[in-house]
Design a binder for this molecule. Structure first.
Ligand code: UDP
Length: 242
């Protein structure tokens, strides 16, 4: 068990990427239908106005600090948070060890064709990886039973769900028993990046903690979401003094 830091009412794990990978491996071995969330500032802000999301995050087995904002918040509150554990990077680290540890993945979510492209990319980058199934993330409620049995029957160790926040967290929490997958992770735009449809910020921008700005500039439809950042900074600061 790692230490938790409470940020705006959500318990976030204080750990390094290496520790996060180890925790996921332990959760796979436990086979307890665990949920892993990747908490960036936007998600934490959303949770302040969404009690269901907040409850899901606080009952998740692991909540990694995804993004510079989350790490800043912990430090501002005077707590330890060794580094950023971005969802995209966590997925790559898990895929890297997957062939030698026989970890099987199912890729669920994103537009039709994207999960298949991400699968092909993973097979190219991580030879020997077993991706036991894919399914796009656009479905009607009447399709859910079929999706659940598709995932269940392919028996992955890790289910990656890319439906966006908070849909992916809510879907995973609602169906975790039926799915019976050892570890499920909400991964947002990860398949889009792996498929090459959306670019990751250059390393210098990531290092300068400006990845959020890059994403907003590249996808202007996301620019509105930037408003969440100053609100996040303000709320964290206010929570410190309350
Ligand atoms: N998506 C999906 N089904 C939906 C809504 C969204 O599969 O009903 C996918 C969308 O195609 C995209 C991902 O969810 O691949 C959300 O990516 P985004 O970068 O917006 O993630 P977030 O910022 O919400 O983590």
């Amino acid at each position: 068990m790692t230490e938790k830091v409470e940020i705006l009412g959500v318990q976030v794990d204080s750990l390094t990427m290496r520790q996060a990978v180890e925790e996921v491996e332990k959760l796979i071995a436990l086979k307890k239908n665990s949920i892993v969330a990747t908490a960036n500032a936007e998600m934490l802000m959303m949770a302040t106005g969404d009690a269901e999301l907040k409850k899901i995050l606080n009952s998740a087995e692991l909540v990694v600090p995804d993004g510079a904002g989350t790490v800043w918040a912990a430090h501002h509150l005077g707590k330890k948070m060794p580094e950023r554990v971005a969802g995209f990077d966590l997925v790559q680290e898990l895929m890297k060890i997957a062939p030698s540890k026989s970890i099987k993945f199912f890729l669920f979510g994103s537009a039709p064709g994207v999960a298949e492209k991400a699968k092909a990319k993973a097979e190219e980058l991580y030879p020997g990886i077993k991706i036991v199934g894919t399914r796009n993330g656009y479905f009607k409620s009447e399709d859910e039973a079929e999706i659940i049995s598709q995932i269940k029957n392919s028996a992955p160790d890790i289910l990656l769900a890319a439906l966006g926040v908070p849909k992916q967290e809510k879907w995973l929490a609602a169906h975790k028993k039926e799915l019976n997958v050892p570890v499920s992770i909400g991964v947002g735009g990860t398949f889009d990046v792996m498929a090459g449809n959306v670019k990751r910020a250059p390393l210098w921008m990531q290092k300068a903690k400006l990845e959020w700005l890059f994403r907003a500039l590249l996808q202007p439809s996301r620019a509105g979401r930037l408003v969440a950042l100053p609100k996040f900074v303000w709320k964290v600061h206010a929570s410190k003094n309350s």
